[in-house]
Ligand binder design. Structure first.
Ligand SMILES: [Zn+2]
Length: 485
């Protein structure tokens, strides 16, 4: 919206206004315009906005507002003043809309304005969903002056990035967590890569939500990881649990984990990882329940599914998984040396990561808590990952499930029933703790071997690639899952 219509500009409008005097009914229209000029002037005074009225010219002058309002309403500027010559075309609806926007940018800097924040942020996401970058940029500038939740400079940098498609200035905001507002709302906009069937697909992506401050069983994971693994060759990315309010682009309901390096912003791997708990719980509710009930007999399934209500352990599980990737020589070094040529290798990495998490947890938590963590892992691995298309030969997550299952049977704590369901012998979290003894022993050995091979990373091929699970286990997992299809 602006005060000008079609090809009008102020000059043209002045001429037209002059022209009105010549018309027989000109007097009436001029009165109408004068009344509205007074209306605008009074409205400005009501919000204590510095202003002047020139009745003979139907002209209202007022303190120059922020540039984005000047642009949007195409205001004429004279020094520190902006002016509007009120023509008959400018009606009260338009004046009211303008005053609303002007009011918004007068707000004190500590003005939270939660309702406006939610409304505008959702509209920004909606505009981006339609790839209407120009509108999103306008709304961002509007948000910058309507709520003090996010720093004004941060929002303006996003708006600029949208217009220029240059994201350099926003990269630092991601690393420094500037996307987190004063009251824990978050807003991130940027290109985001999703790995789909081995292909990277980059899309302009945005998420608005809120940090979910969940207390965790392991308070200082970095310290715990350093102690458990001996050393930590790559730092742990800070990880935040978030509730998503609106999202678009490559953030869907399918993936709950948003790794920092998937944001295509410079040095984004130094930024935080996000766990979209809204998507995660949606996924668990939708898939996990019935699948776990089919794979495990009822008592065992009930024990595992209690974890669906434990957000804290669910989030801990995610974060521990990241610590598991850092264990040994660390995922980054392995990627640098191209050590995942096939799904088998990356499947091994996923498995090693899960069991390193169990191993770490057992160092600092009670057996009961470790059992709960294992149940949370089962919810994801057997409830979601094991069912991915492609199977163990084409999907590393399915492959890691095969390894997980193989060692569970090795523990002697699980029994395969005649109806092809798994039964935990000691149906308790301590029972699950015992069932993962082989995993934890294996984790300890693998981490040591990896650390010893740091100077020659390709050496890990020797102690990983030949360790294929027995073909029977692949068949068994297939059979367990088939029941769910
Ligand atoms: Zn992983």
């Amino acid at each position: 919206m602006s005060f000008l219509t079609e090809n009008q500009n102020l000059l043209v409008r002045n001429e037209r206004l002059d022209g009105l005097y010549a018309k027989p009914n000109g007097e009436k229209e001029v009165n109408f315009a004068l009344k509205n000029a007074r209306y605008l002037f009074n409205k400005l005074r009501l919000i204590n906005y510095p202003c002047l009225l020139n009745e003979s010219l139907n002209k209202v002058q007022f303190k120059k507002p922020p540039v984005y309002l000047v642009d949007k309403w195409q205001l004429a500027i004279q020094g520190v003043w902006a002016e509007i010559i009120v023509t008959p075309a400018i009606d009260r609806n338009r004046i009211d809309a303008f005053i609303e926007e002007l009011k918004a940018c007068q707000l004190p800097k500590n003005y939270f304005n939660e309702e406006t924040l939610n409304r505008l942020a959702v509209q920004i996401i909606e505009a981006l969903e339609k790839n209407d970058r120009a509108r999103a940029a306008i709304m961002l500038r509007h948000l910058a002056t309507s709520s003090s939740e996010f720093s004004e400079a941060y929002l303006l940098r996003i708006a600029n990035a949208l217009e220029t498609d240059n994201w350099d200035a926003v990269a630092d905001d991601f690393i420094k967590h500037n996307f987190i507002g004063r009251n824990d709302y978050i807003l991130i906009v940027g290109p985001f890569r999703r790995n789909k069937e081995g292909q990277g697909d980059i899309k302009l992506t945005a998420i608005f939500g809120r940090i979910d401050s969940i207390p965790l069983p392991i308070e200082d994971l970095e310290v715990a990881a350093r102690e458990a693994f001996g050393q930590l060759l790559q730092p742990l990315a800070p990880t935040f649990a978030i509730e998503s309010i609106a999202a678009c682009g490559n953030i869907g309901e399918q993936e709950a984990f948003l790794p920092p390096d998937c944001w295509c912003l410079s040095k984004s791997d130094r930024g935080p990882a996000l766990v979209n708990m809204t998507a995660h719980q949606e996924r668990l509710k939708h898939w996990t329940q019935k699948r776990i009930r089919r794979i495990f007999e009822p008592e065992t399934a009930n024990l595992i599914l209690q974890l669906l209500d434990d957000k804290s352990m669910q989030f801990q599980e995610y974060w521990l998984h990241e610590a598991g990737h850092a264990a040994g020589m660390g995922l980054k070094l392995k990627i640098e040396h191209d050590l995942f040529p096939t799904f088998t290798q990356s499947g091994w990495e996923e498995y090693k990561t899960d069991i390193a998490g169990f191993y770490l947890a057992a160092k600092v938590l009670t057996p009961e808590q470790v059992g709960r963590l294992v149940a949370a892992t089962f919810c994801i691995r057997f409830g979601i990952d094991a069912h991915r298309l492609g199977g163990p030969e084409k999907d590393h997550d399915v492959f890691s499930c095969v390894l997980l299952l193989d060692r569970l049977l090795l523990s002697g704590q699980f029994q395969l029933l005649e109806n092809n369901q798994l039964r935990l012998l000691d149906v308790s979290y301590e029972g699950l703790y015992k069932a993962t003894i082989p995993h934890r022993l294996e984790a300890e050995a693998l981490i040591q071997q990896e650390l010893a091979a740091v100077d020659n990373p390709s050496k890990i091929m020797e102690f990983y690639s030949w360790q294929q699970p027995h073909p029977f286990i692949k068949m068994l997992l297939d059979r367990l899952i088939e029941r769910c299809r």
